[in-house]
Design a protein around this ligand. Structure first.
Ligand SMILES: C[S@@+](CC[C@H](N)C(=O)[O-])C[C@H]1O[C@@H](n2cnc3c(N)ncnc32)[C@H](O)[C@@H]1O
Length: 272
């Protein structure tokens, strides 16, 4: 690697190596529903003591990405040449997995991360990169706001405070009148754990994740935050053929447990 080193990443930006670790390892070694050759290649290219920091890989991020890809591919069937925006893209390779040759894709992240991404995954006409703090909202002025857009926001919103999440989602709804927004949530118990200082391994303390939301509050929170939203879906895991997905699917139906699980949520805004 050239000028930018993965080891110079810290705080929330360092977490992109955690998701890469999980996705690439599961793609490489799992007997699994999820394949990501571009992530496997990156994993070999980016030297890092992955297990020392993040522990043994688990299936979580492959599971989320599988759901994200499924929803995006479904949307692309009716919007093959429109626009996809990935917020907090890190080194995610969703474009490599789902790009169809005609969709216009924009990946947005903080400057250090975009510099690293440019070195490892060169930008192209179809897949452009923008260096921006997504909370600032400046990025939205640089993109076409009139055409339908799919906004993929994986592993990001939990690192923001609830008011910041509300502001970001409201900004998207106001700027993009025809938007499908997909994001993942964590439960309040896990959020509290990170706020109290959660060491994933002896070497790695997970950055605080101030925004957690219980299953029972998801719909009502988004209807309240986003009056323009005309549809909200919370995805079951059970459609994925993996025992952890089946277990989560079962747990999501058990009253005492369902509020203690992570979810993938889709909100559709159509204010045209
Ligand atoms: C857990 S990683 C997820 C990366 C990628 N989406 C994935 O699934 O592999 C979180 C990402 O959010 C980015 N991020 C954090 N705060 C941000 C902000 N305010 N604006 C833009 N990106 C941000 C980090 O730099 C990092 O790349």
């Amino acid at each position: 690697m050239g000028a930018v080193k993965s080891t110079s990443l810290s705080g929330i930006s360092q977490t992109l190596l955690w998701t890469l670790h999980n996705r690439a390892s599961k793609s490489r070694f799992g007997r699994i529903f999820f394949r990501d050759p571009a992530a496997e290649k990156l994993y070999l290219q980016v030297p890092y003591e992955y297990e020392l920091y993040f522990g043994k890989p688990d299936v979580s991020h492959a599971l989320w990405s599988h759901i994200f890809d499924r929803e995006l591919r479904q949307w692309l069937k009716s919007h093959p040449s429109n626009q996809v925006i990935e917020l907090g893209c890190g080194l995610e390779t969703q474009y490599q997995r789902c790009g169809n040759g005609s969709v216009k894709w924009t990946c947005i992240d903080l400057p250090d991360v975009i510099a690293l991404r440019r070195e490892l995954l060169p930008e192209s006409n179809r897949c452009r990169y923008l260096s921006a703090d997504v909370k600032s909202g400046n990025w939205a002025h640089q993109l076409s706001t009139q055409q339908p857009v799919f906004i993929s926001t994986q592993g990001l919103l939990m690192y923001f405070y609830p008011a910041e999440v509300k502001n970001l989602l409201s900004l998207i709804a106001a700027k993009f009148p025809n938007a499908t927004i997909l994001f993942d949530t964590i439960p309040p118990d896990f959020s509290k754990r990170t706020m109290n200082g959660y060491w994933k391994t002896k070497q790695y303390r997970v950055p605080p994740m101030p925004w957690g939301i219980a299953r029972k509050n998801i719909e009502k929170t988004f209807w309240h935050w986003l009056p323009y939203a005309n549809r909200g879906d919370v995805f079951p895991y059970t459609k994925v053929n993996h025992f952890v997905a089946k277990l989560l699917g079962f747990a999501s139906k058990v009253p005492l447990i369902r509020n203690k699980l992570p979810y993938v949520v889709k909100v559709t805004v159509n204010s045209l």
